[in-house]
Design a protein around this ligand. Structure first.
Ligand code: NAP
Length: 493
């Protein structure tokens, strides 16, 4: 049985009889329950985080960094166990599950170093005998709401920058992956993060998540999930003028130009479109292909997609694991039907549940799927399916490719595969996405660089890198006037 627990004011709390059931997506088996926290648990967790704030925020940042450095080492020593938990709770394949954990390890090492930086700015003054600089200060209790698709990486992206800045946190994990968050927080505690500084309240978004967003003692909310949830969270936080960061959905496009190495392009598309069974916010769900190579690419991609091995994520031979829950599978099936019937696109390969051995019969699997003859305005080219489905759109030149690429409401990750430097440079500037890949698919991120999207993918903030530090700290501008007289800026210059 899995061990999703609440952690409030230094005490672990097991699920009660009303716990939320958790299932293994690979087999459909019940693997445990998560506590069904609500307003009362959120109130208790926020009170604990508020009480822990003065001592933690006054702990020197380099000391906080040393604790988080130890957390990185502990996660490294538990990497395989944490990776197994990721696969068990949300299904992704072994290499990606271990990569999920590695992202948290990387973030912990990176952020530990920030404990000795947390740089501000020092600038000259426009007046004599005056010094100006900025200081970073923590804000308070941060409410961190996470999805299930990167169940260790995303909580680390949110919590580690918050903690290094001196904030305390309350987590609301996804209902699917509370065991992963429990194990992650265990690593922080073993490293020396004090009681009350980190708290977990499992529960549904509508109850626990909503109570966290609306709590008056939580000035900071960071949430990753769908655009619809992001909108609700933003509205609910607006009355209290909270600092809100939302990282939301995507409909990412990969442009393949007529000079591309098609074998490489296929490899990049497979990894982008079918990695994590298409359940990445950066999933390559639109392939925008130059007419001259369209048919050749389609042929190679369809064969390669059909040859992908689907099965249990922890099996070394498997390339595509299950999707997270039955409703995700039903949504994918619905979109395949929409693609064929409503949109009139051509299903080239996939489009159905695969035949698998009997021990996996209860799991939630879908074949890697390719649609062709897709036009830019079709629903399957506009809406996030969040499954192993990708759509080929034919274009005639780079300008059209860029126009099609930018023609969705989302703006997370964009990519172009070409040997032409000028085309790459043009796309680099023109793609309306927070992340651009030249000569690769729409894949993931490195922790020391900003991560996030434009348009309906976010609200202008960026996670990770120094931008993560910016979000979780207040900047205070300090002026020291040692002239001995009254010097008036803009007047006595
Ligand atoms: P989701 O359904 O929006 O849920 C995200 C989190 O918000 C969950 O913890 C959820 O709780 C909680 N929540 C739901 N309603 C809430 C409310 N009214 N108030 C407060 N919290 C609430 O998204 P998901 O299915 O977990 O994740 C998939 C989505 O995330 C996709 O759209 C994907 O593109 C996006 N995503 C974006 C990024 C990025 O960086 N841009 C990264 C990863 C994923 P429950 O689970 O308990 O309902």
């Amino acid at each position: 049985m899995t061990t999703a627990r609440n952690f409030i004011d230094g005490e672990w709390v097991e699920a009660g009889s009303d716990g939320i059931e958790m299932f293994d997506p690979a087999t459909g088996e019940l693997i445990g329950t998560a506590p069904r926290g609500g307003k009362a648990e959120i109130d208790a967790a926020v009170a604990a985080a508020k009480a822990a704030f003065p001592a933690w925020s006054e702990t020197p940042a380099p000391k906080r960094g040393e604790i988080l450095f130890r957390a990185a080492q502990i996660m490294e020593s538990r990497k395989e166990e944490l990776g197994r938990l990721v696969t068990r709770e949300m299904g992704k394949v072994k290499v990606e599950a271990l990569g999920d954990v590695q992202e948290a390890i990387d973030m912990a090492y990176y952020i530990a170093g920030e404990g000795r930086r947390l740089f501000g700015n020092t600038t000259p003054s426009e007046l004599p005998n005056k010094i100006c600089f900025t200081l970073r200060e923590p804000i308070g209790v941060c409410g961190l709401i996470a999805p299930w698709n990167f169940p260790i990486a995303i909580p680390s992206w949110k919590s580690l920058p918050a903690l290094i800045c001196g904030n305390t946190v309350v987590f609301k994990p996804s209902e699917e992956t509370g065991g992963c968050l429990t194990a992650y927080v265990e690593c922080l505690l073993e490293a020396g993060v004090p009681a009350g500084v980190v708290n977990i309240v499992n529960g549904t978004g509508e109850e626990a998540g909503d109570a966290l967003v609306k709590h008056p003692d939580v000035p900071v909310i960071s949430m990753t999930g769908s655009t619809e949830t992001g909108r609700i969270v933003s509205k609910n936080a607006a009355d209290m003028l909270k600092h809100v960061h939302v990282e939301l959905g995507g409909k990412n496009g990969i442009i393949v130009m007529d000079d591309a190495d098609l074998d490489f392009a296929v490899q990049a598309i497979l990894w982008s479109a079918y990695g994590t069974s298409g359940q990445r916010c950066t999933a390559g769900s639109r392939i925008i292909v130059h007419d001259k190579v369209h048919d050749a690419l389609l042929d190679k991609l369809a064969k390669a997609a059909a040859a992908q091995t689907v099965g249990h994520g922890w099996d070394d031979a498997v390339e595509v694991g299950p999707v997270v829950r039955p409703s995700a599978l039903e949504k994918i099936e619905r979109y395949v039907k929409i693609g064929q019937e409503e949109d009139g696109a051509r299903l080239v390969t996939g489009g159905a549940r695969p035949d698998l051995p009997s021990e996996l019969a209860g799991g939630w699997y879908f074949q890697p799927t390719v649609f062709a003859d897709v036009t830019p305005d079709m629903r399957i080219a506009q809406e996030e399916i969040f499954g192993p489905v990708t759509a080929l759109i034919r274009v005639n030149d780079l300008d059209e490719a860029i126009r099609v690429h930018n023609g969705t409401r989302y703006g997370l990750s964009g990519a172009i595969i070409t040997r032409d430097l000028a085309a790459s440079m043009k796309a680099m500037r023109a793609l309306q996405t927070g992340i651009v890949y030249l000569h690769n698919g729409t894949i993931g991120a490195e922790v020391h660089l900003p991560f996030g999207g434009m348009k309906a993918t976010g609200n202008g903030h960026r996670e990770a890198g120094i931008t993560g530090i910016d979000f979780y700290s207040e900047q205070k501008t300090v002026y020291i006037d040692y002239s001995g007289g009254l010097q008036r800026a803009q007047i006595d210059t």
